[in-house]
Ligand binder design. Structure first.
Ligand code: G1P
Length: 292
């Protein structure tokens, strides 16, 4: 049984919803409290035993490489100033030597194209894809359940959550077949359907375990919704010869691709922090009074 050892993080997106902040800062580095968004996704992958991290980057995303590198000046200065806990935290969050690779997506041709750009680094093993926009917090990340279903089925697995029917046009939507305690068989999938055409309200939410055969399919997938090469279309094309299942979302999910979701995640995580929570609550109460 091959376990899943590699994760792909597509991070080439322009982040237009967060302009002008994202003019010179990759949106993946915008902080939720004090940790960049991408760090949450990387921590999630490493929590389920994934060792190799592939970032599909683009122009202007070099700061992501610096983030996952050693900063000798910073570490030396922290050590000299006896900032031991900060130093330890930096070291704990950092992947090991040789565990990170970067590949450029040279044109913004869509999520499917971004994943395909990593094909030579993936080779012949199953791999995970994590979209950092979806921030997922759980004691055991749902990725662990997805890896278990993959081990059982040797097929493609996606994470799904119920979304309001009126927002199906923001997501890949599955047509569910037989559901067991652990997974849902998928009989079809469609990218961003209008609510009237959506086969359900079960949306794919940014976590995938994929068989390497998806790469060949992506290589021949035509442009789909929005003129982009869609991972969803390649998954649909693979249904005839590869098992395809969904795992239901457990834990908490924040859509940090939207401003409201980003603010919600920031507030919620700040409220939970031992060093900040009480003061943030007081601040929110104060603000609410001031506005009334
Ligand atoms: C992408 C996928 C879509 C998925 C969504 C989840 O869309 O194409 O199938 O449901 O991520 O986050 P995007 O949000 O990049 O437009």
């Amino acid at each position: 049984m091959t376990t899943v050892r590699t994760a792909v993080f597509p991070v080439a997106g322009l982040g237009t919803r967060f302009l002008p902040a994202t003019k010179s800062i990759p949106k993946e580095l915008l902080p939720i409290v004090d940790r960049p968004l991408i760090q949450y996704a990387v921590d999630e992958a490493r929590a389920v035993g994934i060792e190799n991290l592939i970032f599909v980057t683009g122009r202007g995303k070099g700061a992501i490489e610096d983030h996952f590198d050693i900063s000798y000046e910073l570490e030396t200065t922290l050590a000299e100033r006896n900032k031991t806990s900060e130093l330890e935290e930096l070291r704990r969050l950092r992947p090991g030597p040789g565990q990170v690779a970067y590949v450029r997506q040279m044109q913004p041709l869509g999520l499917g194209h971004a994943v395909w750009c990593a094909r030579h680094l993936i080779g012949n093993e199953p791999f995970a894809v994590l979209l950092a926009d979806e921030l997922i917090l759980a004691d055991t990340p749902p990725l662990a359940d997805m890896i278990a279903i993959h081990a059982e089925t040797q097929g493609n697995v996606v994470l799904v959550d119920e979304v309001p029917m009126e927002s199906t046009n923001n997501y890949g939507i599955i047509r569910p077949g037989v559901e067991t305690n652990a997974s849902i068989e998928i009989t079809s999938v469609v990218e961003k359907p209008d609510p009237a055409d959506a086969p359900s309200n079960l949306a794919i939410i940014g976590r995938y375990i994929l068989e390497p055969t998806i790469m060949d399919i992506l290589g021949t997938t035509a442009q789909g919704t929005g003129g982009e090469i869609q991972l969803t279309d390649a998954l649909l094309a693979s249904i005839s010869d590869t098992p395809f299942h969904a795992v239901r979302m457990t834990g908490e999910r924040y859509d940090c691709g939207s401003k409201l979701g980003f603010i919600e995640a920031t507030l919620h995580l700040a409220l939970r922090r031992e060093d900040l929570g009480e003061d943030v609550q007081l601040m929110i109460d104060g603000l609410a009074q001031r506005e009334n």
